[in-house]
Design a protein around this ligand. Structure first.
Ligand SMILES: C[S@@+](CC[C@H](N)C(=O)[O-])C[C@H]1O[C@@H](n2cnc3c(N)ncnc32)[C@H](O)[C@@H]1O
Length: 350
């Protein structure tokens, strides 16, 4: 059985060192299982005293689909085949998705969700997703300036976002248009507006159609990014029923941003409540309505302000099946003194 060594990205370790490698093992297992592989004997191996490789065996030579799965791992810096204990041969990995990875790395701001962690969440959503169709739509219903949405674009998906802070969407639009122009990616932008049944404005937004190659744009094989400035609790009225394959979101941590209460929920302002569970309970029905059968949901949150069991319970009450076993559970890790981040992976039954 060929044995492989994944060289783990050092950026991972700086952020949450102790649990990073354990989390990487879970994520890689989820990716490989979704690619039809059952990795065996996965272990952390130190090279010259530095514990930075994950070693595992695969049945037969790794084929294109398996290599693509490994390349997507959020901790992947490189792959080697183990020839002898300390003799490793580099394995070329394919480029992942469509747009360059830099698309998500240039924009920096306070409150941004770490890109590697966002990739991990998207990987879990893709691994857990059982909905039909090759072209997937990824929704981030509390999208900030769009880290999840940009990761979705890089991975070849259509993406939809909702964000209560309209200023963040203005920044996202300015950044993305500048990025597409600079990179000479063909694109088209259109304003969007949603009203309620009485014709009152619910949300402004925009739609960008683009493609990583000119040929794809001309052939109408375009990717779409659509966003709305609105409270996420309006998702039932903003989004088409059964239109999303995956939901991925990093919820407000209840530390700096808080979440906005229903009473004062306008796109521009809101009062701070420190109850993320209330927001999640009120938002979930609208999110679930937008999910296709078999669609997956991955939410991350601060387990100091929203207990993992409570988040899972709310998902179950909303009709989702929570995936409680490895490789979809066991991701809790310390980010800083006030944030102990965890996530829940769930799926809408087929
Ligand atoms: C942890 S941040 C997500 C950051 C995002 N992943 C990024 O990298 O830009 C949580 C986001 O939820 C937004 N938010 C809070 N309450 C909301 C609500 N009721 N509806 C929609 N968005 C909300 C906040 O404005 C914030 O942008």
């Amino acid at each position: 059985m060929p044995r492989y060594a994944l060289l783990v990205h050092p950026g991972h370790n700086r952020i949450y060192f102790e649990t990073a490698l354990a989390i990487s093992q879970l994520e890689l297992t989820a990716l490989l299982q979704a690619a039809g592989q059952a990795p065996q004997g996965m272990e952390i191996v130190a090279q010259a005293g530095i514990p930075t490789t994950l070693r595992f065996s695969l049945e037969g030579e790794a084929m294109a689909q398996t290599l693509a799965a490994i390349a997507c791992s959020s901790s992947c810096l490189g792959l080697f085949q183990v020839i002898e204990q300390d003799l490793l041969r580099p394995v070329a990995l394919p480029q992942i998705g469509t747009f360059p990875e830099g698309m998500n790395q240039i924009l920096r701001y306070s409150g941004k969700t770490n890109e590697q962690f966002t990739r991990l969440m998207v990987n879990l959503a893709k691994s857990a997703c059982l909905s039909e169709g090759a072209q997937k739509t990824l929704l981030d219903p509390m999208c900030g300036k769009g880290t999840t949405l940009l990761e979705g674009l890089i991975r070849g998906d259509n993406v939809v976002g909702v964000e209560i802070n309209d200023k963040w969407l203005t920044d996202m639009q300015a950044y993305l248009i500048r990025y597409l122009k600079t990179g000479r990616f063909k694109h088209r932008i259109k304003k969007e507006k949603r009203s309620d049944e009485r014709g009152r404005k619910l949300a402004d937004g925009f739609l960008i159609e683009t493609a990583a190659t000119r040929d794809d744009f001309v052939a109408d094989a375009r990717q779409k990014l659509q966003v709305f400035a609105s409270d996420t609790r309006n998702c039932d009225r903003l989004l088409r029923k059964q239109s999303c394959d995956m939901i991925v979101s990093d919820l407000p941590y209840g530390v700096q941003h808080g979440s906005k209460t229903a009473a004062k929920a306008t796109p521009a302002k809101g009062t701070i409540t420190r109850r993320p569970d209330e927001l999640l309970a009120e938002a979930l029905p609208g999110w679930v309505r937008a999910m296709k059968p078999g669609a997956s949901l991955v939410i991350s949150f601060n387990a100091f302000t929203l207990k993992t069991d409570r988040a899972a319970e709310l998902c179950t009450q909303a009709g989702l099946q929570v995936l409680t076993e490895a490789p979809f559970a066991g991701y809790a890790h310390r980010v800083d003194q006030s944030i102990n981040r965890d996530l829940v992976v769930a799926r809408l039954p087929l």
